[in-house]
Design a protein around this ligand. Structure first.
Ligand code: ACO
Length: 336
C-alpha cells in the first residue's frame, strides 16, 4: 500500500469468438422471422455461437492468452484475475478460477467473477483501477466472457435473435510513466429496473419443506422496456461522463459502445455529434456478446484498421441489473 494513487496502464487487449456462424436466415428454421425484421430493428445480420463442448471458459482462455501476450507480462506475474460473466457454464468454480488453471499459473492469486451483465468489462476495469491505484495489485487480468447461446430460450424470437457468444480480455498494470490510461470511469446500477432482463437459476427447496414455483428458464427480457430505459438514460450519461471529466466530446477519437442495438448506439453517437468513422460497431456480425462486446469491438477494430492506436476512446455499456457504466481511456500503441 502507498499514500499516492498509482496510475493505470492498459497493457494488452485480446478477444476470441466461436467459429460457428448463425445468420438471420438460419433463424427462420426455428420460428417465423426474417432477416429484414431483425436487421432493421437491431442492426444484426449474424452471430457466433459455441458448438459441442466449446464454452465461455475456452473463449475466455483464448482471449486472455491473447491479451497477456500483447501486454508482454509473464502470466506468473498476474496477481489478480477478474472475470465478468452473466451466462457462465458453471456457477462454480468461478470462470476466473478456471482461467487461472487454464493459463497454467502456478501461484495462487485472488480470482473472482463479477455479475454485472453487459456492463461487466467496465465494472471490472473500475475494480482493477481501484486495486492498481491503491498499490494492492500490480498486474490484473480482466476477462469478459459469455456463452449466451446456451441460456437463451430458442423458441423466443424476441430475445434469441439478439445475442451471440464471445470473449474479450484486458491486462492492466501500473503505469511507470505516471500517465493514467483511465482518464475517468464510472459505474451505476438501479435494481428497480431488474425485472427488465432476467435469467433465473432454479434449484429445488429441501424435500422436507414446501416447494416453490420455479420461474421459466432462459433469458427473459422486456425488449421494449430495455430500449426505452437505455435510450432515455445512456446518451445523457455519456455526455455527463465527459463533462464531469472536463473532456470535450470532439477531443475524443472514438466511441466504443456495448453492442446491444444499433439504434441505441446511433442515439449516443447523435448526442456526441460523432461521424460514423468515430463510432466502432460490429453488432452486424456478432450480435450482443454481453460484457465481451466492448473489448471485442476495440481489438477487432484495431485489427481491421478502423481504430488507430495512440488515441482516446469513450467506452460505455449497459445490461441486466439494470447496470451501466462508462470510461474515458487512452489506447496506447501496442495494446492489441
Ligand atoms: N421476428 C419477427 N417478428 C418479431 C420478432 C422477430 N424476431 N420478435 C418480435 N416480433 C414481433 C412481436 O411478436 C410483435 O408482434 P405483435 O405486434 O403482433 O405482437 C412485434 O414484432 C413487435 O414486438 P416488440 O417486442 O414490441 O418489438 P420491438 O420493436 O420493441 O423490437 C427488440 C424488439 C429488437 C428486442 C427491441 O425492443 C430492442 O432491441 N430492445 C433492446 C434490447 C436490448 O438492448 N437488450 C440488451 C440487453 S443487455 C443485457 O445485459 C442482457
Amino acid at each position: 500500500m502507498t499514500d499516492k494513487l498509482i496510475p493505470l496502464r492498459i497493457a494488452g487487449v485480446g478477444y476470441a469468438l466461436p467459429e460457428k456462424v448463425i445468420t438471420n436466415d438460419d433463424l427462420t428454421q426455428l420460428y417465423e422471422t426474417s432477416d429484414e425484421w431483425i436487421y432493421s430493428r437491431t442492426g444484426i445480420k449474424e452471430r457466433r455461437v459455441v458448438s459441442g463442448e466449446e464454452n465461455a471458459i475456452d473463449l475466455g482462455f483464448t482471449a486472455s492468452k491473447n491479451a497477456i501476450e500483447k501486454s508482454g507480462i509473464d502470466p506468473e506475474d498476474i496477481d489478480l484475475i477478474l472475470a465478468a460473466s452473466s451466462a457462465p457454464p458453471d456457477l462454480y468454480p468461478a470462470i476466473a478460477c478456471h482461467i487461472h488453471e487454464r493459463l497454467g499459473i502456478k501461484k495462487p492469486v485472488p480470482a473472482f467473477d463479477i455479475t454485472a451483465a453487459c456492463s461487466g468489462l467496465i465494472y471490472g476495469l473500475s475494480i482493477a483501477k481501484a486495486y492498481i491505484a491503491s498499490g494492492m495489485y500490480k498486474n490484473i487480468l480482466i476477462v469478459a466472457t459469455d456463452n449466451n447461446s446456451r441460456l437463451l430460450d430458442w423458441t423466443d424470437r424476441s430475445t434469441s435473435i439478439l445475442f451471440g457468444d464471445g470473449a474479450g480480455a484486458m491486462v492492466v498494470t501500473q503505469a511507470e510513466d505516471g500517465i493514467d490510461d483511465v482518464i475517468s470511469i464510472d459505474i451505476k446500477a438501479d435494481g428497480n429496473y431488474g425485472h427488465l432482463i432476467e435469467l433465473s437459476f432454479d434449484g429445488k427447496n429441501c424435500p422436507l419443506v414446501e416447494q416453490y414455483e420455479p420461474k421459466p428458464q432462459g433469458i427473459r427480457m422486456n425488449g421494449r422496456g430495455v430500449y426505452t430505459f437505455v435510450a432515455k438514460i445512456l446518451p445523457q450519461y455519456v455526455e455527463d461522463l465527459l463533462a464531469n471529466a472536463n473532456v470535450k466530446a470532439e477531443d475524443i477519437d472514438y466511441l466504443i459502445p456495448h453492442q446491444a442495438n444499433l439504434r441505441i448506439i446511433r442515439a449516443i453517437q447523435e448526442r456526441l455529434g460523432y461521424s460514423d468513422d468515430k463510432v466502432v460497431t460490429n453488432i452486424k456480425y456478432y450480435g450482443n456478446t454481453s460484457a465481451a462486446s466492448i473489448p471485442i469491438a476495440l481489438a477487432e477494430g484495431v485489427e481491421k484498421g478502423n481504430v488507430k492506436l495512440g488515441t482516446t476512446a469513450v467506452l460505455c455499456g449497459f445490461g441486466a441489473g439494470m447496470t451501466w457504466g462508462g470510461a474515458i481511456v487512452r489506447l496506447r500503441e501496442g495494446i492489441c
